[in-house]
Structure formats: C-alpha cells, structure tokens
Design a binder for this molecule. Structure first.
Ligand code: PHB
Length: 391
C-alpha cells in the first residue's frame, strides 16, 4: 500500500543517491573535462582528451552501460580561475565527474571543489603531491604520477654516471619545485649535491641570463623540469648557448614528450626518467599506439596514455556499479582495486589512489626516446600526509 510514509521513505532513498537515470534509464553520464587547450601546455591537453576519447570509443561511447557526454573547458593553465571553472562545470553543467588537469596549480583548485562537493575527480596529469597526500580523498584518483615518482630515480642514475655537482632549472610553481625536490632527494642520498636551484616564472621562456649563469657555474650536469612549448624552447636555447656538448642535460621525461619533432637535433642524447616511452616493447603499447594513430592520424605520447588510462579506470569502476555514479562506496573501491595492462606496463593504484608503476630510463636517439632500462621498479609515491577516510 502506498501510504504517505512510503512516499517519504522513497523520497529519502532518492536523496540518499538513488540513480537519477532510474526514470527512463536515459540520462547520460556527464564528464567535465578541464584541460589547457591554449598556451604552453596546449598539446598536453589535446593529447589527454584524445586518450580519454579513444578509451570511450573502445567501450562503445558508454561507461557501465550508460552513454557518456563530455563537456570541455579550456583552463588555460590559470590557477586563479580554477575553482570557479570547476564549480561552473559541477553546478552549471551538472557534470557527474571532474576530469583534469595538466597544471598542478589548477589541479589544486579543482581538488578543493571536488572535495567540497564530493564529486569524483580523476587527474590525468598534474603531479602535485598534495592531491594524493594531505588532500587525498576517497573521490580523488590520479592516472599519472606525482612529480616525485619520475624525478627521484634520476638522482641515482646521475650519480652512477659520475656526476657530483648538478644545477637545476625549472618554472617556479609547485610541479617544478616538487620535481626538483624529488631529484635532489635521490641525488643527495646517493652522495651528489645540487649546487644551485634556478627558477623562472611560469610560463616564461626567456632563458638567456639563466643559461649564462649555468655556463659560469660549470656543473657536471643540469637537471630540469620543463614541458610542452616551454620544453621545446629550453632545449633549443640550451644547445644554442653551446652548453650541450660540455654539460649533459637531464630531466624528468616530460621534457622530451611530444616535443622531439619540434626540437629536432638538439634533443639528441638527452637522458630522462619517466613512467612511459613510445618505444616500450609491450603488446598493450603497440596496440594502443596503432589504435591512436588510426583514430587521430598522429602518434600518441605520455599525455595521451594518461588520458587513456584515466578512461580505462572509469570504465572499470563504472562497470562495477552499472553506471551508477552515486554508488560511491562500491565505485571507489572498485577503482582502487583496478589493475590495468596499460601501454606503460603494469599499472596498479596505492591506497592514496596514485599509480604504482615502473620508471624507465630513456635516451633520445634519432628523434625517439629509447628505453635503456628500468630505473626503478613498481615505484609508489610515499603519499606523505594522506589519511584516507572511508567514502
Ligand atoms: C604539472 O603541473 O603537474 C605538470 C605539468 C606538465 C607536465 C607534468 C606535470 O608535463
């Protein structure tokens, strides 16, 4: 019998998160994609969304049996506008999931809004430690890395190559600073010394004065974090300043991702560490690269892989709850337990929702990042400060 009481009870069930699509089963899952589509990181944003869309198309444009609709927003790598942009997607466009971004400062603004609104957020690139550290949360996942993960193993590599005094140079913002800190931790633990840390404002690309300073300091090597358009300019300027032959350039592998064609010959010989390489001899990588090329007519890079894996992670999680984004406990625990046969290799997730993955040592040869060896196996970020509460 349908009494007033049962109606109230049904109302309570709806409020507690009964799936919206129960009426008519037609509602689509809406994913709000916040990425940079302009500026120095534009190509990274383009690759990220292409990877996501490839995963989606391989699942018939459905996650967990529900159609997916993507709403995009160019975040312009502008941290100041990140909270209002994320709020607009969630409140204005009614997205169920927040997907983004590349720039760590922007990601921090998104994390704040995702935590306040308890919206599922997947980070396909930004490496800021706090997102899976002090600000970790049941609803926040990352398919990429922390800045520490690829940078730390380079410390030992550099020391083993005989370098003792290294100068670092990066953009002055959280991702650059955490990348340098990761390298420094590994390098100084091995016995080396970072003798000078140079920074330039983000996204500036005027390096002349800094390169002159490096020339006068004469370190054994230079370690750097730059990416996108800025990486292209830095590597070219480094060679043009005549430093390339005398002072080896080392980096987190972002430096030589998606940039080799634009840099050309000056990139040859650069040594980097990263959780991916185009040339990885793995069946999943070959398949992914062929399918990406078929879909977009160009070769993917790390940023496409991370977008693709974020899509695969969502496919698994939403598959487990049949597309019900409100079945949070089951959705998050299924995502947490996901193990992917990623183009980068075996990919699992830590309790803080950050990837556990191998870090490869790569060298640029004939315009390609060639894998020399695995610099560190199954690297997991320490996730300092993460206290995960139940969903
Ligand atoms: C970041 O801001 O976290 C970031 C940006 C570009 C990269 C990697 C990390 O290539």
């Amino acid at each position: 019998m349908l009494t007033r009481r049962t109606v109230i009870k049904l109302g309570a069930v709806a409020a507690a998160g009964f799936p919206r699509f129960a009426i008519g089963q037609t509602a689509k899952i809406r994913i709000g994609v916040m990425l940079p589509f302009t500026g120095t990181y534009a190509s990274l944003g383009e690759m990220g969304i292409s990877g996501l869309k490839l995963a989606l198309s391989q699942h018939g444009n459905k996650f967990g049996g529900r159609e997916v609709e993507i709403v995009t927003l160019d975040d312009e790598s502008d941290p100041a506008r990140a909270p209002s942009n994320a709020t607009k997607l969630i409140k204005g466009d009614n997205v169920d999931i927040l997907f983004g971004t590349v720039h760590s400062g922007v990601a921090m603004g998104m994390v704040k809004v995702a935590r306040e609104t308890n919206t599922l957020m997947v980070i396909p690139n930004a490496g800021v430690a706090a997102a899976t550290g002090p600000l970790c949360a049941p609803n926040i996942f990352r398919s990429s890395m922390t800045m520490w993960q690829p940078a730390f193993p380079m410390g030992k590599v550099a020391y083993d190559r005989g370098y003792r005094n290294v100068v670092s140079i990066t953009w002055k913002y959280v991702a650059g600073e955490e990348s340098i800190a990761g390298f420094k931790e590994g390098f100084e633990a091995a016995g080396g010394k970072v003798v000078k840390e140079i920074t330039v404002p983000f996204p500036d690309v005027e390096f002349q004065a800094n390169l002159a300073e490096i020339a006068s300091l004469k370190p054994d090597a230079v370690f750097t974090f730059f990416s996108g358009g800025g990486a292209v300019k830095f590597v070219k300027d480094y060679a043009a300043a005549g430093l390339r032959k005398s002072i080896p350039l080392l980096g987190s592998g972002f430096l030589t991702e998606g940039t080799l064609e634009a840099i050309g010959e000056p990139a040859e010989g650069i040594l980097t560490t990263l959780h991916y390489a185009d040339t990885l001899d793995l069946p999943a990588n070959k398949k992914f690269r062929a399918e990406f090329k078929k879909a977009y007519g160009k070769d993917p890079d790390l940023f496409a892989v991370q977008g693709y894996d974020a899509g695969e992670l969502l496919a698994v999680g939403l598959g487990a709850v049949k597309g019900d984004v409100n079945a949070k406990t089951e959705l998050y625990s299924s995502m947490e337990r996901t193990v992917l046969d990623s183009p980068r290799g075996h990919l699992a997730f830590s309790p803080s929702h950050n990837p556990i993955q191998d870090i490869y040592l790569r060298e640029v040869r004939k315009g390609q990042n060639i894998v020399l060896n695995v610099a560190a196996k199954a690297v997991s970020d320490p996730s300092r400060g993460c206290k995960m509460m139940p969903a």
